[in-house]
Design a binder for this molecule. Structure first.
Ligand SMILES: *Cc1c(COP(=O)(O)O)cnc(C)c1O
Length: 388
């Protein structure tokens, strides 16, 4: 049985008619940049996310870059980011000649460990970028408390988490000063190329983000500030306008798939409960868990990725590949080990949790269209491997 990590064709062929019509509509209008489709998308997303400003941009990376520019992050300023995330989270900081300062993560949620943030704060620290990795909210209450105490801005990297909710039901990305999302095709809401979004509730920031999206000119050709070309195009917005109404249904399907994985893993004795660490036992897996520390209230996890932790990760990955099961490693190298950050002189010992996560995490197929039989086949194959 073949189980790809992701198969976008299934979603496309289910909604082919509306999507093709939307593409044609843009072609016939010959209006490509910041038009009616983008306006419609921005107004729908504002409502969907529950925020005051939603501004379509060219990618998730550009959303983060624009957010830092709007917050006036300057060369030499320090921005705290988790060392375990997609490269863009740290890359955008360096692109402004500011300094990304890495912090370690929580072993169950893989998100910034609030306990590890404060020791990295210096007089130069200006902002924190919590990442809602894999589709689950970071510990925002704790992060906000730290940010308030030290007067830091919060830019949420919600690239993998559009529609995910923090324990209190608030959508991630709308909790900090600016929220950023990506519409890269593999995200829960993906377009037909690159696209992204920035959101805020702050009037001044909303205005700045909008102006800086088009080179900072207001009126056009008169520049008080320097922005860039961070525009979202009409074709991408038209695709997203068709897809947005289905987003919650797709994320709900991913959640059901995650639940099935849990059942199957527990049935074969590879796990006792979600989020239970396995370090004392070999040949067990750690299942992802939607948690909120010290509370019965759970985050609403949208499972952009379904990540398990397992000791023999690399051998397992090879075995699953032979069984035609697609997997991926998100991410094999933490920021503190990246060659491009060697000048930051990080200490390996400061990041014990991330150091183990890079060697024992593996992403399993979780996309909405998977069948129960496929999920069962994945767990059966892992069982064969771990029990052989
Ligand atoms: C995908 C992603 C980004 C970047 O988004 P692009 O649209 O690919 O530029 C940033 N941060 C995280 C955590 C991501 O997963």
């Amino acid at each position: 049985m073949k189980v790809p990590l992701l198969d976008l064709k299934l979603q496309y062929f289910t909604h082919k008619k509306e999507l093709d019509e939307a593409l044609l509509r843009v072609a016939e209008s010959q209006y490509f940049i910041l038009g009616k489709e983008v306006e419609k998308l921005e107004s729908s997303l504002k409502e969907y996310l529950g925020c005051k400003y939603a501004i379509g941009v060219s990618s998730g990376t550009d959303a983060l870059l624009l957010a830092l520019m709007a917050l006036n992050i300057q060369p030499g300023d320090e921005v705290i980011v988790p060392t375990f995330s997609f490269f863009a989270t740290a890359g955008v900081v360096s692109r402004l000649n500011a300094v990304p300062v890495f912090a370690d993560i929580d072993p169950v949620t893989f998100n910034l460990d609030p306990k590890d943030i404060e020791k990295h704060i210096t007089p130069k620290t200006k902002a924190i970028i919590p990442v809602h990795l894999y589709g689950q909210s970071a510990a925002m209450d704790e992060i906000i408390t730290i940010a308030k105490k030290h007067q830091l801005k919060i830019v949420e990297d919600g690239a993998q988490a559009i529609g995910a909710q923090y324990k209190n039901g608030k959508k991630v990305g709308t909790i900090g000063d600016i929220g950023c999302y990506s519409f890269f095709p593999s995200k829960n809401l993906g377009c037909f190329g690159d696209g992204g979004l920035v959101v805020t509730d702050d009037d001044k920031l909303g205005e700045r983000l909008r102006i800086m999206r088009v080179h900072g000119g207001k009126p056009k050709y008169y520049h008080k500030v320097i922005g860039g070309n961070f525009r979202l195009d009409e074709i991408q917005a038209a695709v997203l306008n068709v897809k947005l109404p289905f987003l919650d249904g797709w994320s709900e399907k991913r959640r059901q798939n995650a639940k099935l994985y849990t059942q199957f893993f527990m049935n074969v004795g590879l796990a006792e409960e979600e989020g239970k660490l396995f370090f004392d036992e070999k040949n067990k897996v750690l299942l992802p868990k939607a948690v909120y520390k010290n509370s019965v209230v759970k985050n609403y996890h949208i499972y952009n990725q379904y990540i398990i932790r397992v000791e023999k990760r690399d051998a397992l990955r090879k075995y699953l590949g032979e069984k035609e099961i697609g997997t991926e490693i998100y991410y094999p190298v933490p920021f503190h080990r990246q060659e491009c950050f060697a000048n930051l002189h990080c200490h390996e010992a400061d990041f014990p949790v991330s150091n183990s996560a890079v060697s024992d995490t593996i992403a399993l197929p979780i996309f909405p269209e998977l069948t129960e039989a496929q999920l069962k086949y994945v767990v059966d194959s892992i069982t064969e491997f771990l029990k052989s």
